[in-house]
Design a protein around this ligand. Structure first.
Ligand SMILES: Cc1ncc(C[n+]2csc(CCOP(=O)(O)OP(=O)(O)O)c2C)c(N)n1
Ligand SMILES: [Mg+2]
Length: 803
């Protein structure tokens, strides 16, 4: 089904005819998949369908320009393209629709994403890189409209880095930066901020990115007049057009039903972008949606008769067919015969895909039925068990949950019996869940050798007369070592380049390591993250700097929807080990003091969240992360850059372990759990509590996600029998998360002699003045009094009320 990527200049008519007919066959095959796919949803075999009908021909033209090593970052309309590059068969198309959980059958996501969300495998089954230069690559799609754009920027930038930075081992990733990152987006989705942010950034960076806009005049039911100024995206983006003396974009416009023009346009676009590293925009107009937007509704509701008639006439497949006949390439009869054969092939592929999806479940059901039958034979409650068995047997298209519902419910009928059949069923259920659960839950994190969980601690060591330096110097020296040791590492962000970041943790490093590796970016947090995701997907080790934690809100959507889900949504076949560096906690004012940790923690499961209390700990985290293959957010303490720390003599080597807490003060009366800047206040309060005879143990969490993997906190609580979690997030935020871990995961309840407490900030953000912090976040006095109150409750005589 593959098309020939090399459009030859001089070919015989037969060659030409073969290529054209092969393209037409592909267009018809893809269309037939869309038509049958819709029917599968309407009859209930699949849950939801969104297809590429009406966009076939431009995608075939695009595929001819797409080479090994190139990357796609697109959206749900691109099935024809995926078929054209040989990465989607009819069976796989239907396996996606049916959500087959076997990655061999459904290589896009093993049933985790709805159909129409495409991907190729960058990693093998052990999480090792494949040679990306020898295959055609598609980054894994996400559903939020325009969410593919930030990543596209990074995929394109990687080529620039590989072409221009010396010393990187490019063997698996790039051939002299000759790869194009190809994006696709719907016309309506260009209304999103992420689209405009990416377009501007790619123009500034001058990266080999070709963005195709599939314009069908609609976004679901909403017409272009509500979406786009002048109803024409390439018209309003004209100002991006490059000029003789000014860098910018090359912009093309082409009709989506014009096969020869499309081929010509894509060839020209590829040449410019690949050779010159110039971004290109292709506005593909006059596209249609033969079946409407998706299976959720019909477009007859919002398109008038004229529009529907126009769409029928300008359907790109219909136009290609006409063109073939008009140019005497093939006859109507030849084409009809081709269409008939394809219809049959798609029907058969669909059947095979359904069998591959349902047969394993039917086999699992057979086992369950036999267990139930045996259980019934051995139980006085046979009637009830047999009823469950019959129900399970009655499903024409059983689901795994039907199997578990029947078997788990059956156990309730034999709860007070004892028989070998009961034990057998109990074991069967446990084994079944253990086998099946990973199909739905694996690979939230890397499961490779390089997983951050496999990294062990390397303690910082010091000369006897180690110098005391500002914390930022420890960081700077460590980043210097990182850029020397890892040629593929690079850092970028607002003010991160020339001045070496707002706190000078990168001072002098641009001069030393070059403008491409230590660079300034525009003010555009979402695409800073996108640069990182894309480059990390292509084998580089980016560190994306978000200037302040407060501003991560602009980036949190893409971190949550894209970065956090890369491993999970590809079942471990893609990764983006991006390090996000930021600084936060306790400075001043509403937007420079933020600790929206609870929100962050809940939104980015899949990314490690690390909160080092000082710059040595932070540097150690960067060293650990660079040796692992996972994404992480590191929040440095904003008020810690000028505090003195000893300069280790093993800079670049020491490693802070991930998911490991540290006891920083030992005590017997109460365990205090905290992290980041608040820890210094907790330490101060603990010293003052000592004076009144209260002996507090302090644990630095360090790593919020993952959390205390060794369960050291509960060991401390077993000793002190009391616990308080203190942080500067709002109530119910990170402190509630920590307490939940302690109570539900570590079962600390049994050791507690006092109610477990949290002490958090006021629900508002801090006022700007120096007193703002004191009256908004827990102060040393608040901490002292809260702990004192716990002890007062325990023994009012020893600890009389303070006020
Ligand atoms: C952020 C976000 N908002 C809304 C949606 C729901 N949605 C899915 S597709 C779509 C319309 C997209 O239209 P367009 O970009 O023109 O692509 P087309 O489907 O027409 O090819 C909408 C609103 C979404 N997926 N993501
Ligand atoms: Mg549209």
């Amino acid at each position: 089904m593959k098309t020939d990527p090399n459009t030859k200049t001089e070919i015989t008519f037969d060659d030409f005819k073969t290529e054209v007919l092969s393209d037409y066959k592909l267009a018809v095959t893809s269309r037939e998949c869309s038509l049958l796919g819709r029917r599968e949803v309407l009859t209930g075999k699949a849950k939801f369908g969104i297809f590429g009908d009406g966009k076939e021909i431009p995608q075939i033209a695009w595929a001819k320009a797409f080479r090994n090593g190139d990357f796609r970052s697109g959206y749900y309309r691109d099935q024809t393209f995926m078929m054209a590059i040989g990465e989607l068969t009819i069976e796989q198309f239907f396996a996606g629709l049916y959500a087959n959980t076997d990655i061999k059958e459904e290589p896009m996501s093993a049933g985790r994403q709805m159909g129409g969300h495409f991907a190729t495998h960058s990693l093998d089954e052990n999480g090792q890189w494949k040679n990306l230069t020898e295959q055609k690559n598609s980054s894994s799609d996400i559903s939020p409209t325009a969410g593919q754009m930030p990543r596209l920027l990074g995929l394109a930038q990687a080529s620039k880095i590989y072409r221009e930075v010396k010393g990187i081992d490019t063997a698996m990733f790039s051939k002299e930066g000759n790869e194009i990152a190809w994006g696709t987006i719907g016309n309506a989705s260009t209304s999103e901020g992420l689209f405009f942010e990416t377009i501007n950034a790619a123009g500034v960076l001058q990266v080999p990115m070709v963005i195709s806009i599939w314009d069908d005049n609609y976004g679901i039911s909403v017409h272009a007049r509500h979406q786009t100024t002048k109803e024409n995206i390439s018209e309003i983006l004209k100002g991006f057009q490059r000029e003789e003396d000014q860098k910018g974009y090359e912009i093309f416009r082409v009709d989506g039903w014009n096969y020869p023009q499309l081929i010509d346009t894509y060839q020209r676009a590829a040449k410019i972008s690949r050779n010159e590293h110039v971004p290109v925009m292709i506005h593909v107009q006059e596209l249609t949606q033969p079946q409407g937007h998706s299976t959720s509704g019909s477009h007859e509701r919002y398109k008038n008769k004229e529009r529907l008639a126009w769409e029928a006439e300008y359907d790109c497949n219909v136009q290609m067919r006409l063109w073939i006949i008009e140019n005497n390439i093939a006859t109507d009869e030849e084409l009809t015969a081709i269409e008939r054969t394809i219809k049959k092939a798609v029907r058969e592929g669909k059947k095979a895909a359904w069998a591959a999806c349902i047969n394993p479940i039917i086999a699992e059901r057979k086992e369950a039925l036999s267990m139930l039958e045996q259980l019934a034979a051995s139980s006085p409650n046979a009637v009830f068990i047999t009823k469950l068995k019959n129900e399970l047997e009655g499903f024409d298209e059983p689901l795994r949950r039907n199997i578990l519902t029947a078997t788990r419910k059956a156990l309730r009928y034999v709860v007070s019996e004892s028989s070998s059949e009961k034990t057998a069923l109990q074991n069967w259920i446990t084994n079944y869940i253990n086998t099946i659960q990973p199909k739905y839950s694996s690979h939230l994190h890397s499961e490779s050798q390089k997983s951050a969980f496999n990294q062990s601690e390397v303690i910082p060591t010091y000369d006897a007369n180690a110098e005391e330096v500002d914390g930022r110097v420890v960081l700077r020296e460590n980043f210097d070592a990182i850029f020397s040791n890892y040629p593929e590492a690079l850092i970028f962000g607002e003010d991160a380049g020339y001045i070496g970041d707002v706190n000078q943790g990168l001072e002098g490093l641009q001069e030393k390591h070059g403008e491409l590796r230590v660079s300034d970016t525009g003010i555009r947090e979402a695409t800073i993250i996108g640069q990182g995701i894309g480059m990390a997907m292509r084998g580089l080790r980016p560190i994306a700097e978000i200037q302040y934690l407060d501003y991560i809100m602009y980036a949190i959507q893409i971190m949550s929807d894209d970065l956090a889900t890369v491993q999970y949504r590809t079942k471990g076949r893609q990764k983006a080990p991006l390090i996000v560096r930021t600084r936060g906690h306790r400075l001043e004012g509403i937007w420079h003091s933020g600790s929206q940790m609870g929100g962050v923690l809940n939104l980015i499961r899949g990314i490690h969240v690390l909160v080092p209390r000082n710059m040595t700990k932070a540097a150690g985290f960067y060293n650990t992360l660079l040796d692992s293959d996972e994404p992480a957010l590191v929040v440095e303490c904003l008020n810690g850059y000028r505090l003195k720390e000893k300069l280790p003599n093993n800079i670049g080597e020491f490693k802070t372990p991930i998911g490991v807490v540290e006891t920083i003060r030992e005590g017997d009366d109460i365990t205090l759990i905290s992290y980041g800047s608040t820890l210094r206040l907790v330490e101060k309060a603990a010293k003052e509590l000592q004076v009144v005879g209260i002996d507090a143990e302090i644990i630095d969490v360090q790593s919020l996600l993952p959390f205390d993997l060794n369960h050291d906190i509960v060991k401390s609580i077993a000793k002190t029998n009391r616990v308080m979690v203190i942080d500067e997030d709002v109530k119910g935020g990170a402190s509630a998360y920590i307490l939940n871990e302690i109570l539900n995961t570590q079962d600390a309840f049994q050791y507690l002699d006092s109610a477990p407490k949290t002490l958090a900030a006021k629900p508002h953000r801090p006022a700007y003045g120096t007193d703002g912090d004191y009256f908004s976040k827990p102060s040393a006095e608040d901490i002292f009094e809260a702990i004192y109150d716990v002890m007062h409750e325990l023994s009012p005589a020893d600890y009389p009320k303070l006020r």
